[in-house]
Design a protein around this ligand. Sequence first.
Ligand SMILES: [Zn+2]
Length: 306
Amino acid sequence: MSLVPGKEILAEANRQGYAVGAFNFNNLEFLQAIVTAADHTETPVFIATTEGAIKYAGLDYIVAMAQTAARSTKTPICLHLDHGRNLDVIRRCIDAGYTSVMIDASNLAFEENTAKTKTVVEIAHKKGVSVEAELGRLKGIEDNISVAERDSFLVDPEQARRFVKATGVDSLAPAIGTSHGAFKFKGKPRLDFDRLHQVKALTNGLPLVLHGASTVPRELLDRCQKSGVKIPGAQGVPEEQLIQAIKHGINKVNVDTDLRLAFTAGVRTVLNENPGQFDPRKYLSPGRESVAELVKGKILLFRQGR
Ligand SMILES: [Zn+2]
């Protein structure tokens, strides 16, 4: 198959009330792992690259690899730009063959975010490329936080309604208390489901996206620690809260950190056990397998909302 617009995959997930995974990649091994997992579970998937990934691997390499990956399976694959901030990069991605782009202007004031997002929608839709945008800031909800503090960085549902109407975006990432990286919460993990529910209702059931949704599961942390990775205090979003979020209208769940951990644990374990090993294929393969297994588990978990 050729790469599929994000909108098509999200419309189907939204209709059936589940979520698809969006998994980040920077190299061949991650991409193969993600697409293998999508293929085995016969579930559509977003393969996502940040502007940093494009800098690392090169836009042409990424698009060529993604198109080759999509042709290798009957499962719909969408090539997505994650957290696009630079209009030039977004334009280059659209021209090069991406089928979905995120414009992240959430650091700007509401009106500027609206205007910039609208511009991207106009450029992207002309080429059949879908657009995701973000409202609010990705920051964990800490213990004893006041309502005013919460309101200052989480999505405002009424603004979400106006934003979607004014911009024509295909999906929205509302900030509801998750954050990026391996250290998501200082205290008890919690997401604002009421707010999520309101956003879904006020945007007429638009597909919604959850960023910063790695779970950093215990068994993965154990494998990492055993292989020598030092990340004390790492904490992700509990699985049951992800399921709750999907039930409240999330249709795309972004995962990056968990894949990095799985890959690193796989590679380090082989290198620790075989100090004489210097064939990259021998230590990258276990990393790739470890990511494929993890992604398979995620895809099945996200389908549970159904
Ligand atoms: Zn994100």
